[in-house]
Design a binder for this molecule. Structure first.
Ligand code: HAM
Length: 548
């Protein structure tokens, strides 16, 4: 690289990666207000906070969300997490580097020693649990061991046939040694329901009083095409209710169905209470039931849908044509203008639900009405994740353009079991926090208090000591205070206070210190008043109470 290029490279401006962004003050104050409201509202419904890792094994999401879904098949940030095991890598390199020389006399024994060393290093690390061998790696490792055994049993002769076999086995061993990867595929979480279910199993939460109610906030990652309200790192506020079912419970008895409906409605009620409290306007709740995975319910409906769609596949776009085979339900999700007419003629799932799912759905609607929660039914609401059954819901909000879903959720009985846990019911949702914030800002509900309460304009050594004390006392009384590090002329100090949006300037000069009377200027009106030191905080407290 030339000097000039190197300099240019050094001056290169780094930018946040496409689809990610910095959240800055004062906007972050709004994020904090929203998250604080989450804690306040959700805890009143008996939810406790869970914090799950940002990354998990790729398999967890593939199994839970579904390998065929867009999220898993196209949008996950997955990578191989390779352990740094230098002894193992040295053993691998020894085998690889010796390879070209093995036909030379005297190297065969050394080669065998190196391969045997490599194999025992792997056994050592597997036993110590530094590495685990994913399925593919295990089969490669088995092949290495098999071929090595074959190599050792070759007769100690130099005839051509044996030599060829030796060369062939050696070649295979070296290739496999080179290719063997110990790492595990891990992914940045595209959502958190899978992780919460994993944690429920891992921490044996079945032992806790059921249902277990958990909420979370944090970043999720999906490699989607960025646009307004759609990011590659975005934030969710989610909640999950998990209820392990005891063996004596009769599945889908009227009592169970009615209890599930109550839980669904209460979760939705909590969500709407939160939106109300945070000031979201114009939110619309859409609900649907997608039944359960049985021939007399969703599976039968899906077949019917497939048959209908197969009649004139050419009227559908490429994506929907593919989905006729993979997942016809997702065709209902399509926003393509050209497909709307054909979708409108398709059968509705509500007419094909089994009796239990019908009873449950009717009960959910009744429970919502009992709670005064307004909803609209949307038979096309199927959701893009595989784990749902029965209730699905989405909430849209104004001001968001085409990405107007501010929340999505539903019931997912059986997901915990699918991940290797006990029979468990589940229901939950996730709010897109970025979209919620956007909608609040667009409707003018996004303002948060900015600026400082008090700017301390001080002049002189003696005044500085008093200013430090005043700043400490005011801060511990909960006021936000700006104490400039250098002395300023009062005029400059006041204009700085204005720029920072301070409400008051506390003026401390020689006079104030000698008289023990501090001057407080209200910046919006220009009024000035003098206070003895102890009364100043009382006065500010009273003013704060009046304005809040
Ligand atoms: P989801 O519908 O995939 O559901 O996402 C929930 C919400 O996250 C969406 O409604 C949207 O507001 C927001 N969101 C999704 N992708 C993006 C993105 N790229 N940029 C900005 N916001 C986005 C789930 O994630 C389920 N885990 C919800 C759930 C919990 N179901 C049961 N429990």
């Amino acid at each position: 690289m030339s000097d000039a290029t190197a300099k240019k490279e050094q001056r290169r401006k780094f930018q946040a990666i496409r689809g990610t962004r910095d959240l800055l003050p004062p906007e972050t104050a709004l994020w904090n207000r929203v998250e604080q409201t989450v804690h306040e509202v959700f805890t009143t419904f008996g939810f406790g906070e869970i914090r799950v890792p940002i990354f998990e094994t790729t398999d967890l999401f593939a199994r839970a969300v579904g390998g065929e879904t867009d999220i898993v098949s196209k949008e996950m940030y997955a990578f191989l997490d390779q352990p740094d095991l230098s002894d193992l890598e040295n053993a691998r390199n020894a085998v690889k580097e010796l390879n070209p020389g093995i036909t030379a006399a005297g190297k065969q024994e050394l080669f065998e020693l190196y391969v045997s060393n490599f194999i025992s290093e792997i056994h050592k690390h597997v036993t110590a649990q530094d590495i685990n061998l994913p399925r593919r790696a295990q089969s490669d490792f088995d092949t290495i061991q098999d071929r090595f055994r074959d190599l050792l049993t070759l007769p100690d002769t130099k005839d051509e046939d044996t030599n060829n076999k030796r060369r062939h086995l050696t070649f295979e061993i070296v290739i496999k040694v080179d290719l063997l990867r110990f790492g595990e595929s891990i992914s940045l979480r595209p959502e958190a329901t899978a992780s919460v279910c994993r944690a429920y199993i891992e921490h044996n939460m079945l032992q806790l009083p059921q249902p277990v109610k958990l909420f979370y906030t944090g970043p999720m990652f999906r490699r989607e095409r960025p646009q307004k309200g759609r990011y590659r790192q975005f934030y969710q506020i989610g909640a999950e209710v998990l209820e392990g079912t005891r063996p004596e419970v009769v599945k889908d008895s009227p009592k169970e169905l009615s209890k599930d409906a109550v839980i669904d409605a209460e979760v939705i009620e909590m969500l709407m209470t939160f939106f109300d409290k945070v000031g979201l306007q114009g939110a619309t709740l859409y609900i649907n039931s997608i039944g359960h995975n049985a021939e007399n319910c969703r599976r039968g409906y899906v077949e019917l849908l497939r048959a209908e769609l197969q009649k004139e596949p050419e009227r559908l776009g490429e994506d929907s044509q593919r989905r006729i085979d993979t997942n016809p339900l997702r065709v209902l999700d399509s926003k393509l203008e050209s497909e709307q007419a054909i979708i409108a003629t398709l059968p509705h799932i509500a007419d094909h639900l089994c009796d239990e799912c019908k009873t449950h759905y009717a009960a959910v609607k009744r429970q919502l009405e009992l709670r005064g929660v307004l909803y609209q039914e949307n038979w096309r609401l199927v959701r893009g994740l595989d784990y749902y059954m029965r209730t699905t819901f989405e909430i849209t909000a104004p001001g968001l353009g085409s990405q107007n879903a501010v929340c999505g959720g539903g019931r997912y009985d059986g997901l915990v079991e699918l991940l290797g846990g006990p029979p468990t019911k589940g229901i939950g949702f996730a709010i897109g926090e970025d979209r919620l914030i956007l909608s609040l800002q667009e409707s003018g509900k996004g303002q948060t208090q900015q600026g400082r309460d008090v700017y301390i304009a001080w002049m002189g050594e003696r005044a500085y000591a008093a200013a430090i004390r005043a700043a400490r006392d005011l801060r511990s009384a909960g006021f936000s205070v700006e104490l400039p590090p250098v002395e300023q002329k009062f005029g400059k100090a006041l204009s700085q206070a204005d720029k920072l949006g301070a409400k008051y300037a506390l003026i401390l000069g020689d006079n104030e210190v000698s008289e023990a009377l501090w001057t407080l200027k209200t910046l919006s009106t220009g009024e000035q008043e003098k206070f003895p030191e102890p009364e100043l905080i009382d006065f500010l407290r009273q003013q704060k109470n009046v304005s809040s």
